[in-house]
Design a protein around this ligand. Structure first.
Ligand code: ADP
Length: 461
């Protein structure tokens, strides 16, 4: 039998001879563990390890079996440990590895070593002693040793009762855990039900909203169909009325011309003046009717562009000639700048000429001094034609309105006294779009306006 630690004498020594001693060793081992301050779980672990070893030795050792058990505390290690040594003379041929293989102590102890010491084999186990407010000292160890050696071991029956009690406590704990688990499950189920209810409610709300959106969409669709129908009816009306008006107005003009013909019966000066008035009014009416007819046709989609490769310089040259006749005042210059050749564009020459003539006329109409200048430039696959004037300009909030039918900037006639219908710009924009482009304006009251026509060099078919 070897001393467990060189530093301190054993706290308790026991001898194991037969089966009942296993209980004794187990129980006293736990007492020692409790006395040095091991926690409850660790006390049970050490006791279990001791009964494993005890049972093994009782079966393995030859008769008369004998093993010495010694408990001691090693205070010099940090943290201090409880050292348990079981020493026995094993049957010849039993190696330490055989013992190690037979003893499955798992994590019951912190360290386990099986070493020979002469004839004897020493099984050494250690377990850390947790630090407490009242640390172990040699003096305290002496007291513990005295107490342990004074107290008698309990009988195997008592030990069994003790073990039973522990089992019951463990059972109780398991039960409590099971109840807690059931409660948690119930809570989880409750939460699930809540989430499901919320999900259902949200789904219903979403469905409801969706139905609303669908209804709104259908209503919008209806409205847009109605609007389209109304707009088509208006265009048809415009086209029909203006067509019907043209014949009588033309007749009135023809008749007044006849009246004024020197070959006809002579008129008094007053009659002549009145007939002139009728003729000029009828001419105004005819131009309005013609414009209405044009616009009506454009809106009804009745104008089909006649596409061809057009030389812009030719268009510009023609406009320079025809519009100049209108620019009779020396205060306003008409400048038409020819683009660099070759200035080709695929478009409808007649319609394009109408658009540009319209813009040039407006420029001249609304400019008192300065100039009206038309330029063109090509950038990639787009032509930009600008008609810029130094006229009265258009307030920014009205710059889109001038493209509405019959709209004329209120509170001012044209400075040149020319009258208008408010149909020129809407028609010009419509034609520009028909030609695959657009017409826009930028302007500054008092500073002049720039009307910009953008057209594709070659519109997509
Ligand atoms: P109209 O010239 O026959 O009145 P338009 O549709 O061509 O009709 O033009 C609408 C209105 O836009 C004009 O009455 C005028 O108030 C304004 N406007 C058009 N061109 C110019 C311009 N170059 N400068 C200033 N105002 C313009």
């Amino acid at each position: 039998m070897t001393d467990p630690t060189p530093a301190a004498p054993a706290l308790l020594r026991l001898t194991l001879r037969a089966e009942p001693d296993v209980f004794l060793v187990r129980q006293r081992g736990r007492e020692v563990a409790a006395a040095v301050g091991l926690e409850h779980q660790d006390q049970v672990r050490l006791a279990t390890a001791l009964s494993e070893i005890g049972r093994y030795l009782v079966v393995t050792l030859p008769e008369p079996a004998r093993a010495e058990v010694a408990f001691s505390a090693a205070l010099d290690s940090t943290p201090p440990t409880l050292v348990t040594e079981v020493s026995a003379v094993l049957p010849a041929g039993t190696s330490e590895r055989t013992v190690a293989g037979a003893l499955v102590l798992g994590r019951l102890v912190d360290s386990l070593s099986i070493t020979p010491d002469g004839e004897t084999t020493v099984i050494r186990m250690t377990r850390r002693i947790p630090s407490t407010a009242n640390p172990l000292t040699p003096d305290r160890l002496a007291v513990i040793r005295d107490n342990l050696n004074a107290s008698a071991a309990s009988t195997p029956l008592e030990e069994m009762a003790e073990q039973n009690e522990q089992l019951l406590a463990a059972l109780e704990e398991t039960r409590a855990q099971r109840d807690e688990l059931a409660r948690l499950n119930e809570e989880l189920a409750e939460t699930n039900r809540g989430v499901l209810a919320l999900y259902t409610q949200l789904s219903e709300e979403l469905d409801e909203t969706n139905r609303g959106v669908v209804a709104l969409h259908a209503e919008l669709e209806d409205r847009s169909v109605q609007l389209r129908a109304a707009s088509e009816a208006k265009s048809r009306f415009l086209a029909n009325v203006s067509h019907e008006l043209r014949a009588p107005v033309t007749a009135v003009i023809g008749l007044t011309r006849l009246l004024l013909d020197p070959a006809s019966d002579p008129l008094t000066a007053e009659q002549r003046e009145q007939a002139e008035l009728i003729r000029s009014s009828a001419a105004d009416l005819l131009s309005l009717v013609n414009e209405l007819l044009d616009l009506g046709k454009a809106e009804a989609g009745a104008i089909e562009p006649n596409w061809s490769d057009v030389e812009l310089r030719a268009v510009f040259g023609q406009l320079r000639g025809t519009v100049r006749a209108m620019a009779t005042r020396p205060e306003v210059a008409l400048v038409v700048v020819d683009p660099d050749p070759p200035a080709l564009i695929r478009t409808d020459e007649v319609l394009l000429t109408q658009v540009l003539r319209n813009l040039l006329h407006n420029g001249l109409k609304f400019t008192e001094h300065g100039e009206v200048r038309m330029t063109a430039e090509v950038d990639g696959d787009e032509w930009t034609i600008r008609v810029r004037d130094t006229g009265i300009g258009i307030p920014s909030e009205l710059q889109e309105r001038v493209f509405e039918e019959f709209y004329q900037v209120p509170g001012r006639g044209s400075p040149t006294g020319a009258r208008g219908t408010g149909l020129g710009l809407p028609y010009a924009r419509r034609l520009s779009r028909l030609l695959g482009g657009d017409l826009r304006v930028t302007s500054e009251p008092g500073g002049g306006s720039v009307f910009t026509v953008r057209l594709p060099v070659s519109p997509a078919p």
